[in-house]
Design a protein around this ligand. Structure first.
Ligand code: 1AE
Length: 399
């Protein structure tokens, strides 16, 4: 049967989890807060939610005992889109006390209705020509208030330093000094002139109704990738973009705003569900999320699970995990150990803050990556590599 199984973490002072689970299974499908005498058997059979499992975790909190409960919702109840599914499984329920949605499992027939990434990990490796190592990505910093000549200089420097992918900062919107179209044209020209197989992810911004047309036009003008603030717009907007055959470039999902509904421990959505599983289903080729050790840190288990969900076996292509924020070359060994070869090392300040500029910053990252992949310590590699040595001197090594 086509269905989605939602797993929740919830609490009860009296441990009446069966009653609670049955209440949710009925209340979010054919029931209400009070008995409905007119309910028909046929309705019950085809549309009622089903309690799949109830597991007490043994943890006791001020909210009562903790349990994880799973409920299956028949696909017959909703249209095959994320807005309908999220409202079904966590609509009013998200407002109803201490409860967190930690996972959604989609039956294959339902999952097939979602696009997944157009390119995925393998496609991005093909596009950048970077194999057998984590990729290196950098973020334009200090661009607001500057014009395209600054952007151009910085882009050259980053590519010369060996960066595989450059992205706009998520806070760079369409503006008179660096308009979207100019950034697209400049990116195409500079990448061509550099002779590299790099990508430049331009921030796709503006009103929702204008995004598709803007993205299509950008592709015609030579855009090689897009950054997208998916949580300010909604997952379905990402899906619309990803499904459009004319928007034939990779899309990078930025986590901005997601903390508003993932950060509270007992409410909202789990980080891994949103930043790992759902952005992948909706079509993101990359998912950015805070690493466990940078300036905006995510708890390590959540960061690891996010990467796991982006890469795990599924009918969809893999989404590249991009643990980010406050990353410098000294963190490359721990990033490699935690996230492995199929991940992207991403830095803004850690590239542009390098004393040898963005070019030296890019080189320092590439030197760090080459060292860890070869099983060499950063200290050892730094003896020969000046840019890496400078970076380690400035920011140190480790967490
Ligand atoms: C979690 C996203 C990180 C991001 O977008 C960003 O701009 C990071 O900048 P840095 O590396 O912390 O300077």
């Amino acid at each position: 049967m086509s269905e989605v199984i939602a797993t929740y973490r919830l609490f009860d002072k009296k441990s009446q989890f069966e009653k609670k689970a049955e209440g949710i299974a009925l209340g979010l499908t054919i029931g209400s807060w009070t008995d409905l005498p007119q309910l028909e058997q046929e309705q019950l059979k085809n549309h009622k939610g089903r309690v799949v499992s109830i597991q007490e975790t043994g943890r006791e909190t001020e909210n009562g005992r903790e349990a994880e409960i799973s409920i299956a919702y028949p696909a017959a109840n909703f249209s095959a889109d994320l807005p309908a599914i999220l409202v079904t499984v966590f609509g009013k329920l998200s407002l109803d006390g201490v409860i967190r949605l930690i996972d959604l499992k989609f039956s294959d027939t339902l999952a097939k209705q979602f696009p997944g990434p157009k390119f995925g990990v393998n496609g991005i490796r093909e596009k950048t020509g970077a194999f057998n190592r984590p990729l290196v990505m950098s973020i334009f910093k200090g661009v607001i208030g500057r014009d395209t000549s600054y952007l151009e200089k910085q882009l050259y420097a980053q590519l010369k330093g060996g960066i595989d992918i450059v992205k706009d900062d998520e806070i760079l919107f369409d503006n008179p000094l660096t308009p979207f179209e100019e950034r697209v044209k400049l990116g195409k020209r500079v990448i061509q002139e550099s002779g590299k197989k790099a990508l430049y992810a331009v921030n796709l911004t503006g009103r929702t109704s204008e995004l598709k047309e803007k993205a299509r036009k950008g592709v015609e003008m030579g855009a090689s990738a897009y950054l997208f603030n998916v949580f300010a717009y909604g997952l379905d907007v990402l899906q619309e973009l990803a499904e459009d055959p004319a928007i034939s470039v990779p899309i990078m999902a930025h986590p901005a705003v997601s903390g508003a509904f993932t950060s509270a421990p007992f409410h909202g959505f789990s980080t891994e569900l949103v930043l790992g599983k759902l952005v992948r289903m909706a079509g993101a080729d990359f998912t950015l999320f805070p690493s466990p050790y940078g300036s905006v840190a995510l708890e390590r288990p959540a960061a690891l699970k996010t990467a796991e969900m982006a890469l795990e076996q599924s009918i969809h292509k893999q989404t590249f995990p991009v643990p980010s924020a406050g990353i410098h070359p000294g963190l490359v060994p721990v990033l490699y150990e935690d996230f492995g070869i199929n991940s992207i090392i991403n830095a803004g300040g850690g590239v542009h803050g390098h004393p040898n500029g963005a070019e030296g910053g890019g080189r320092a990252f590439r030197q760090a990556v080459d060292a860890v992949v070869a099983g060499q310590s950063l200290e050892e590699a730094a003896k020969e590599m000046e840019d890496l040595r400078t970076a380690l001197h400035l920011w140190g090594t480790g967490k």
